[in-house]
Write a protein that binds this ligand. Structure first.
Ligand code: ADP
Length: 351
C-alpha cells in the first residue's frame, strides 16, 4: 500500500511517499519559499508539477489541513462538500487553509480516482471538554460566532502520545501526559487517558507559549489600547503579534541557536521569558491532570536543545515523572491516520 502525504503550507510544500508495509519513505520532496521574491516556484501547483511521482499510481493521498473548525474531528475523505467546508473555514486560518486547499485541488486534478483524505491539525483536540474550550466571553460569542479554543499541532501531539505509549509499554488510553511541541510555533497539550483535555493554542495558533515570532498569551486589552489609543491599524497589530513578537520581538532573533550564541542581555531575557511560560503551562497541566505519566519534548527546540529542556525542567519540576525527547513525525502520523480510518479501508476494498 502506497500512501502519499502532502503538507501544503503558506509558503512551502512537503511531500512524502510511504510504503506502508514497512512505513519507509520511498520518495520525498521539500519546496520552500513558494511565491516569495527570487523564488523560481511561484505556486503550489508548480511545486506539485515538479514531483517525480505519478500521483494517480498512489493508493491514498493524505493532506494536512490546519483548521477543521467544529466540523471535522477525524480524518475525512475529500469530496466537493468537504472542499467547500474547508474553504468556509478560511476566515479562521487565513494563512493556512487556502494553501492546504490548493494542495488538495491540484492533487485531485492530477489523481481524480485516488482516495484523498484530509487530516486536521485541530482534530486531536476535538474532545476537549466545554470547560476547556470555552472562553469566558458572552456565551453567544461561541454559539453565534464559534469563538472558542480549537487547539493546533494535533497531529504532532497525537504522534507523541503514541510513541510515548510504546516507550512505556502501555495503551494510549491509560496515559496522562504533558506534551510539548516546541518549534517556531509552539504548543503544550494536557492529555488525560489518551485524550487532549487542554492545550495552549486557542482560537488561532497565536495563543499560549512565547514562540519564535508570536507573542503567545497577552492581556487582550493591549490590542484595544494599540488600536484605540495608539492608532495602530488592525493589519499592523496582526503582523506585530504574529510576525514581530515572541523571541524575535524581545531580542531580534527567532532562532534559539543564534540567541544562545549572542548571549547578550536581551537574548537572555527572551530565553528566560520563553522558559518561564513553558514552566507555567507544565505546572497548570500537572494541576489539571493529577497523575502525570510522562512529559514529552518535541519540535526543533524540544528535540535539539538540551539547554532549554534543562532550564524548563530545573527546580525538579519533573518530580520523578519520566521526561522523554521524541522526534515528531507529522507526515507519518497523517499516513497512519489515513490507513487506520475504517471507512477508507472499506472503500478501497470495495474498489
Ligand atoms: P517549525 O515550527 O517551523 O516546524 P521547527 O520544529 O523546525 O519549526 O523548529 C525550528 C526551531 O528549532 C528553530 O528556530 C531553532 O530555534 C530550533 N532549533 C533547531 N535546531 C536546533 C538546535 N540544534 N539547537 C537549538 N535549537 C534548535
Amino acid at each position: 500500500m502506497k500512501v502519499a502525504v502532502i503538507n501544503s503550507g503558506s509558503s512551502s510544500l512537503k511531500f512524502k511517499l510511504y510504503d506502508m508495509s514497512n512505513k519507509e519513505v520511498i520518495y520525498s520532496l521539500l519546496v520552500e519559499n513558494i511565491g516569495l521574491k527570487g523564488s523560481k516556484i511561484k505556486t503550489h501547483h508548480e511545486a506539485l508539477d515538479s514531483l517525480d511521482v505519478d500521483l494517480s499510481s498512489i493508493d491514498i493521498i493524505g493532506h494536512r489541513v490546519v483548521h477543521g473548525g467544529e466540523e471535522f474531528s477525524e480524518p475525512t475523505i475529500v469530496d466537493d462538500e468537504v472542499i467547500q467546508k474547508i474553504e468556509e473555514l478560511t476566515h479562521l486560518a487565513p494563512l493556512h487553509n487556502p494553501a492546504n486547499l490548493e494542495g488538495i485541488l491540484v492533487a485531485k486534478q492530477k489523481a481524480p480516482n485516488t482516495t484523498q483524505v484530509a487530516v486536521f491539525d485541530t482534530a486531536f483536540h476535538s474532545q476537549m471538554p466545554e470547560v476547556a474550550y470555552l472562553y469566558a466571553l458572552p456565551y453567544e460569542m461561541y454559539e453565534k460566532h464559534k469563538i472558542r479554543r480549537y487547539g493546533f499541532h494535533g497531529t504532532s501531539h497525537s504522534y507523541l502520545l503514541k510513541e510515548c505509549a510504546l516507550l512505556l509499554k502501555k495503551e494510549t488510553i491509560e496515559l496522562n501526559i504533558i506534551s510539548l511541541h516546541l518549534g517556531n510555533g509552539a504548543s503544550a497539550c494536557a492529555i488525560e487517558k489518551g485524550v487532549s483535555i487542554d492545550t495552549s493554542m486557542g482560537f488561532t495558533p497565536l495563543e499560549g507559549l512565547v514562540m519564535g515570532t508570536r507573542s503567545g498569551d497577552i492581556d487582550p486589552a493591549i490590542v484595544l489600547y494599540m488600536q484605540r489609543d495608539l492608532g495602530f491599524s488592525v493589519k499592523r497589530v496582526d503582523e506585530m503579534l504574529n510576525k514581530k513578537s515572541g523571541l524575535l520581538g524581545i531580542c531580534g532573533s527567532s532562532d534559539i541557536r543564534d540567541i544562545l550564541e549572542n548571549n547578550d542581555n536581551k537574548s537572555k531575557l527572551a530565553i528566560d521569558m520563553m522558559v518561564r511560560r513553558v514552566k507555567k503551562y507544565i505546572g497548570s497541566y500537572k494541576a489539571l491532570l493529577g497523575r502525570v505519566d510522562a512529559i514529552v519534548f518535541s519540535g526543533g527546540i524540544g528535540e535539539n536543545s538540551a539547554y532549554i529542556r534543562d532550564r524548563i525542567m530545573d527546580n525538579d519540576l519533573a518530580m520523578g515523572t519520566p521526561v522523554f525527547v521524541i522526534k515528531t513525525d507529522e507526515e507519518l502520523e497523517i499516513a497512519r491516520q489515513c490507513l487506520s480510518f475504517k471507512k477508507i479501508k472499506k472503500d478501497i476494498n470495495e474498489d
